[in-house]
Ligand binder design. Structure first.
Ligand code: BGC
Length: 753
């Protein structure tokens, strides 16, 4: 559906979020009334004082090259006589601080100049008469009680502020992106968490504890008297003394504030959300407000949870819950890195790392479909993928980040089985690989991606005080070059593109051979002299660190991307096992973490993989659990063993990347994997690998074919498996003894092995 929208803007300084409105009188109620609304900014459509729908932040966050419009059925909201049709608009993504990380050429801070709204209304009356109208220069502008609103900074609502009509709107003829119908799921309110308690912290501050970190807002139920104020600051943690902590929000203020009018009872912000578990009561009319006055409301995109998991180790259950909450609170319109500080960007690397787990936990096909389309719109002409999508921040074109362009389409295709989805995103996959090819050729090493600036193994703990970790960035880049070429080959195969398959399969094999020559010596990883560490490289800071490929991350990538031959595989696996033993823990960062357990378990060291999963010493997945985490942390050492916080400049307690460990629990421990030629869980393997230390484990996974259930219970000398497989799912069950059972269609089995 195509609509030529008439955008209007406000020529007045309303000192608040503007309301665009018109009045319409009807002698009879329309039989059907539909509104199509969009904005540069965010909006609420309000008819006769009532907000339409329950979604937040319409029209959603997309590349600046397009904007979505939202369709509302407003039939029931219109009445005979006078109707007020209003659009309350805020800066939102397009004009708020979130897109002001001024990186743009010619130093323009925002891509757009002003907030603008556009709407088209289609009414049909009982007698068949139709009435159509649009936003135009006869619409009026009024001030609102939403005095200021911004994702990072929060919101100020002054309910006592007079709503003043300023005059007529102005047509906005400025260039606007193409408008497309909204899709991909709205951000809507989900869980409502009652405040658990209000504590008086050691420093005397009153702090509300909701018991769970979420992304969303605090709803306040309090009437008060006109002119009284309520002010809340949001934070993720209490410090080691038990005081409220929000020192890690960078330049986000994350404050919501209300001036009461003595009439309205329920208060919630309009155009902002925060990542928080705690809210500090900075102002409140009463000395001791009741906890029951506060409810935390979780906001995230509509998506169905498709996986439930439990096991006999409560710490792992908590980890799973933290991973689920990490996903919920970072799937707000786009996959964000974190919901609290002044980032909240669609960081591609984080999504690359987490995408497999995201697809196991929820049905995220529509969500990724939209974000990946924005990625292709923001992809540069030469195929480069910006590090954040929508591209509102300019960082490195980095390996492991840009590869979201191949990994996310492929992983989502495996989960949903929709070839059209894959084919929609396939051109972007190819373009990304072609980009790497050109970069590699530029450096004179067609099969090695050597020399560019990357984020490396971000936040790895194999080197002190170095964000990139010590693994050579060129090794990571070349490994991902190979992997992305391989994914293009696989996609080409299933899309029937034979020439492409031959090209990318050949490319993968050539990269693989060059990789082995450059980075392996006697089966062990070495630093390749042409690459990272070359004095001619343009970014001396990045390369000045000590570089080593004798790292858990390097070996895990080589093993999982199959960049070695069989003999080398054995030597590498042994070395990986030694490295884990020597350190006694993992040292991987963003890049290595999703790979290390698989690299160990698939290559003869499953016990060590379980050791890492079950460790609760820093760094480990369970360490945050022992520290009371309710979401997944950005850093292994977000809180040190002594209770101190890590560097506040970059220390989020709600980053989903390390939650990628759940895909190992699902793929290896419970053992469900989708075959490449059985996307959508049409052909799967079920190969559970129990470990005595977690004697019970079960998963229920809703798939496009129906529900899969796998449960194991470790008994004295045997293990019992209960497996249920739906219709149209062809499963090969392989038990640890090697016993193999092929199933064809709906099956329910109890097996002992
Ligand atoms: C973000 C990450 C991101 C990284 C890039 C950080 O500030 O929060 O999650 O991937 O920068 O290295």
């Amino acid at each position: 559906m195509k609509i030529d929208f008439n955008y209007i803007r406000s020529p007045y300084d309303t000192k608040s979020c503007p309301i665009f409105f018109c009045e319409k009188s009807f002698t009879e109620r329309p039989k059907k009334a539909v509104a199509y609304v969009t904005a540069i900014g965010v909006f609420d459509l309000i008819i006769n004082g009532k907000k339409c729908g329950d979604s937040f932040f319409a029209p959603g966050w997309t590349s600046e090259k397009r904007v979505m419009f939202v369709k509302y059925d407003i039939t029931k909201l219109l009445s005979v006589g006078k109707n007020t049709i209003a659009i309350l608009a805020g800066n939102g993504y397009a004009l708020g601080d979130i897109s002001s990380h001024h990186y743009r050429e010619n130093d323009k801070i925002h891509f757009f100049d002003n907030v603008a709204v556009a709407a088209h209304f289609d009414l049909t009356f009982e007698n068949g008469v139709k009435e159509r109208f649009d936003t135009d220069e006869n619409w009026l502008i009024a001030s609102s009680t939403v005095i200021s609103s911004d994702f990072y900074q929060g919101e100020l609502c002054d309910l006592t502020a007079p709503v003043t009509v300023f005059g007529k709107a102005e047509m906005d003829k400025g260039k606007k992106p193409a408008a497309v119908p909204f899709y991909g799921g709205h951000v809507i309110p989900h869980e409502r968490l009652k405040a658990i308690k209000i504590i008086t912290a050691p420093n005397g501050e009153k702090v509300i504890d909701f018991g769970q970190e979420i992304a969303g807002f605090v709803e306040i139920n309090y009437k008060g008297n006109a002119g009284e104020r309520i002010k809340l600051s949001h934070g993720e943690m209490l410090d080691k003394l038990g005081n409220f902590y929000n020192g890690n929000l960078q330049w986000a203020k994350a404050v919501t504030e209300y001036v009461l009018d003595g009439k309205q009872k329920i208060h919630r912000p309009h155009f902002t959300y925060q990542g928080f578990r705690y809210a500090r009561i900075d102002e409140f009319p009463e000395e001791n407000p009741a906890a029951s006055m506060f409810t935390a409301v979780a906001l995230y995109t509509e998506m169905e949870q498709t996986c439930s998991f439990s096991c006999s180790d409560e710490r792992i259950n908590k980890l799973f819950s933290n991973i689920i909450w990490g996903q919920k609170s970072n799937f707000t319109d786009v996959p964000t890195d974190c919901p609290q500080r002044s980032e909240r960007f669609g960081w591609t690397g984080d999504s690359q790392v987490f995408c497999r787990t995201a697809n196991i936990n929820f049905d995220v096909k529509r969500f990724y479909d939209r974000w990946l389309t924005d990625m292709s719109l923001d992809q540069h002409d030469d195929g480069a993928i910006p590090c954040v999508i929508p591209a509102v921040f300019c960082g490195n074109i980095s390996a492991g980040w840009g590869d979201a362009a191949t990994v996310c389409p492929w992983e989502t295709y495996l989960a949903c089985g929709d070839k059209k989805f894959l084919s929609r995103h396939y051109p972007m996959m190819k373009k990304w690989v072609n980009y790497i090819e050109t970069r590699a050729q530029n450096y004179g090493t067609p099969y090695l991606w050597a020399g560019d600036m990357h984020y490396g193994d971000w936040l790895a703990m194999d080197i002190e005080n170095e964000l990139l970790g010590s693994t050579q960035t060129d090794l990571i880049a070349t490994a991902f070059y190979a992997y992305s070429a391989l994914l293009c080959a696989k996609a080409a195969k299933f899309l029937g593109k034979t020439d492409d398959f031959i090209k990318y399969d050949g490319l993968y094999n050539s990269i693989r051979e060059e990789f082995r020559k450059a980075f392996l010596k006697n089966g062990l990883p070495v630093v390749c002299p042409v690459a990272d560490g070359d004095p001619k490289t343009p970014h001396p800071n990045v390369y000045s660190r000590h570089v080593s490929n004798d790292t858990q991350t390097a070996i895990s990538l080589i093993l999982n991307f199959d960049l070695c031959n069989d003999d080398e595989r054995k030597t590498l696996a042994k070395r990986l096992s030694e490295l884990v033993k020597e350190k006694g823990h993992l040292t991987t960062g963003f890049i290595g973490t999703p790979h290390i357990l698989k690299a160990l378990s698939d290559n003869g060291y499953p016990k060590q993989a379980y050791d890492l999963l079950l460790s609760d010493k820093m760094p480990s997945w369970l360490f945050p659990v022992t520290k009371g985490a309710t979401t997944v942390w950005e850093r292994w050492n977000g809180i040190n063993e002594n209770g101190d916080f890590a560097d506040p400049d970059m220390n989020s307690f709600n980053h989903y990347a390390y939650g990628s460990v759940f895909s190992w629990i699902f793929d290896y421990a419970i053992g469900i994997t989708v075959d490449d030629d059985g996307a959508g869980y049409n052909k799967i393997h079920i190969a559970p690998h129990p470990d005595k230390r977690i004697p019970e484990m079960q998963v229920e996974k809703k798939t496009p074919q129906g529900l899969i259930k796998v449960k194991f219970s470790v008994r004295n000398n045997s293990v019992e498996y209960k497996i249920e497989i739906p219709e149209n799912c062809f499963a090969t069950i392989v038990l640890p003894s090697g016993k193999t059972i092929g199933t064809n269609g709906k099956t329910s089995l109890t097996l002992t092995d």
